[in-house]
Design a protein around this ligand. Structure first.
Ligand SMILES: O=P(O)(O)OC[C@H]1O[C@H](OP(=O)(O)OP(=O)(O)O)[C@H](O)[C@@H]1O
Ligand code: HPA
Length: 178
C-alpha cells in the first residue's frame, strides 16, 4: 500500500467486479440506442476505459474537462468548462461518466447544460457516490459504490494531481493534506 494511504476502501478486485456488472447492465439498457458516453476528465478516465470495454453494444465516446476543485479538497462551487464536446448531442442518448459525486455541484451544472443542448436523454454513471456531502438535490442513475465522507484517491481520483494511478480507492492520511 502507498505510504500516504490510511486505508484501502475499495480493492482492485471489487472495482473490477462492479464495473463489469454495470457494463452488462448498460448493455441491456442502451441496446439499439448507440449511447454517447461522455467522460469527465481527468478523474473518470480509468473508470471510462474499463466500463466501455464491458459494454457489448455500439456506442461512441467524447470528453469534457470541467474544473471545480483546482488543488483544494472542497468544491469552490464555480464550474469552469476547460474543454467542450467535439460534436452536437442533439437527439443523442447521453451517459455522463464520472468518478465521484461529492457536493454534486459539478454534475448538476453539467446535466443542466447538456439537457439544454436537446439530448434525447441525459443520465449519470458514477464510480463513487458520497451522499453525505451533497449540497444540491442530485442522485446518479447508476453508481458502483456509496462511500462515507472521507477524501479518497486512486483509480483516477487525485489530490493535487497525485495518486490517480493507484489501482484501488484509498483514504488519504489527514497529515498529507492538512
Ligand atoms: O460533486 P462535486 O463536489 O462537484 O465533485 C465531483 C467532481 O470533482 C472532481 O473533479 P475535479 O474538479 O477535481 O477534476 P479532476 O477530475 O480533473 O480531478 C471529480 O472528478 C468530479 O468531477
Ligand atoms: O474525495 C475526493 N477525492 C478526490 N477528488 C474528489 N473530488 C470530489 N471529492 C473527491
Amino acid at each position: 500500500m502507498h505510504q500516504d494511504i490510511k486505508e484501502i476502501l475499495i480493492s482492485e478486485e471489487q472495482i473490477k467486479e462492479k464495473v463489469a456488472e454495470l457494463g452488462k447492465r448498460l448493455s441491456e439498457v442502451y441496446k439499439d440506442l448507440n449511447p454517447l458516453c461522455i467522460c469527465v476528465l481527468k478523474g473518470a478516465v480509468p473508470f471510462m476505459a474499463d466500463l466501455i470495454r464491458k459494454m457489448e453494444i455500439p456506442m461512441e465516446m467524447d470528453f469534457m474537462a470541467v474544473s471545480s476543485y483546482g488543488n483544494a479538497t472542497t468544491s469552490s462551487g464555480v464550474v469552469r468548462i476547460l474543454k467542450d464536446l467535439e460534436a452536437s448531442i442533439e437527439g443523442r442518448h447521453v451517459l455522463i461518466v464520472e468518478d465521484i459525486i461529492d457536493s454534486g455541484l459539478t454534475l448538476s451544472y453539467l446535466v443542466e447544460m447538456l439537457k439544454g443542448r436537446n439530448a434525447a436523454s441525459v443520465k449519470i454513471a458514477t464510480l463513487l457516490d458520497k451522499p453525505d456531502r451533497r449540497k444540491v438535490d442530485l442522485s446518479p442513475d447508476y453508481s458502483c459504490f456509496t462511500i462515507p465522507d472521507a477524501f479518497v484517491v486512486g483509480y483516477g481520483l487525485d489530490f493535487a494531481e497525485k495518486y490517480r494511478n493507484l489501482p484501488y480507492i484509498g483514504v488519504l492520511k489527514e497529515e498529507v493534506y492538512q
